[in-house]
Design a protein around this ligand. Sequence first.
Ligand SMILES: Nc1ncnc2c1ncn2[C@@H]1O[C@H](COP(=O)(O)OP(=O)(O)OP(=O)(O)O)[C@@H](O)[C@H]1O
Ligand SMILES: [Mg+2]
Length: 403
Amino acid sequence: MVLAGGNDQIELIKGIRNRFPEAEVILIDMNPNVRAREYADKMLVISTMDFDKVLEAAKEEKIDLILSACGDQPMRTMAFVSEQLHLPCYITYRQSLNLTNKVLMKKLMVEGGISTSKFRRFDINSEINIDGLDFPLVIKPADNNGSKGIIKVYSKDEFDKAIAEAKRYTLSGDLLVEEFKTGEEYSIEAFIKDGVPHIVFASKNIKIKNRNTFTICRNEYVGQLQAGLEKRIKEIVARIGEVFQIDNVPLLIQMIVNGDDVNVIEFSARTGGGSKLFFIRQMVGVDIIDNLLDITFGYEPDIHPDPSTDKAAILYVYAKPGQFTSIENLDTLMSEGLITEYYQYKSFGTPILSSNYSSDRPLGFLIRGKDESELTDKISRVNDSIRVLNENGEDIMCHEIFR
Ligand SMILES: Nc1ncnc2c1ncn2[C@@H]1O[C@H](COP(=O)(O)OP(=O)(O)OP(=O)(O)O)[C@@H](O)[C@H]1O
Ligand SMILES: [Mg+2]
């Protein structure tokens, strides 16, 4: 049983079939039109967050395994159902709670000495005391993802409005506020194997400028990490394993790096979404889906990254509201080698409502060059010629993001 039906899960399904050609794959997603549907044997239209319904379906179908790969909150459903039905799973339900609730996670990080910014927890009914915290601050719902309801505030005046907005995105009613850390945001893909940290891939998350929200528009390949930073990150990965009592797991970490100062924002025991697995295959030759399946079944994963010396980035495309109808010039850009790979996240005909969240983007593309100047040049040429058309043939892509 596979939770959610995006492009990344298509690769998961292929990975499962590769290993178990006889496997019957059941896909769970609340959207009946997801792309992974045609790769599964059967689809059940259920929310991946509906524990009871997913459990019921799992029992009925007599499943042998449930996996969510790169889904953040569905990881809890995976752990819950696995525990109830005694299926192999690399985390317990208890562990999945600490890994999907930002308040529980921050609390454990602080107690366990994992460097992270100062924070306070509060719920939607209580007064918040921010004495001892320095502006700018970041307000967050405890139990969401995709940067929904994450807002940066510079002063007490902006507080109430930001809290009202953040509240809209919390299920449990828990919120947290933490100090904003300046620096570059790194996204680290790693595994912990028998207590030993293995770093697979490092990239930088670049956000859309001039907003007080954190919409990601680009993921940049870092290549071989500088030795000091790599050592520091490995220590953090190992410490996370100890403090959160997790082992033989994939680990995706977001951190802010500023010189020698490394601060963990959060992490999850899963592989990265947003086409990361394709990016990793391209740049370091590791198949994280294969590794994830190995970890799940207790086999030795083959984690030997061979970092390319190229520069590369995945650009995430956003568009103004309208119906996503077609993409112009994509084939030419691919055949000219300006775009290495592209990832379509929405089917043609889908309405685009906003350009705020990762779930809003219609597509992404991977661009690589032999050096920084070739990469920059290719990005600007792609941005100049690609067109994302609405039903009236008008270009609705937000080109300014990449200028
Ligand atoms: N303390 C902080 N200092 C600086 N930037 C922060 C901080 N906390 C969050 N951010 C920014 O906000 C973004 C989203 O935060 P966070 O990862 O906690 O929420 P999320 O809902 O899981 O979002 P995403 O799915 O995009 O990771 C981060 O990627 C980072 O750019
Ligand atoms: Mg996050």
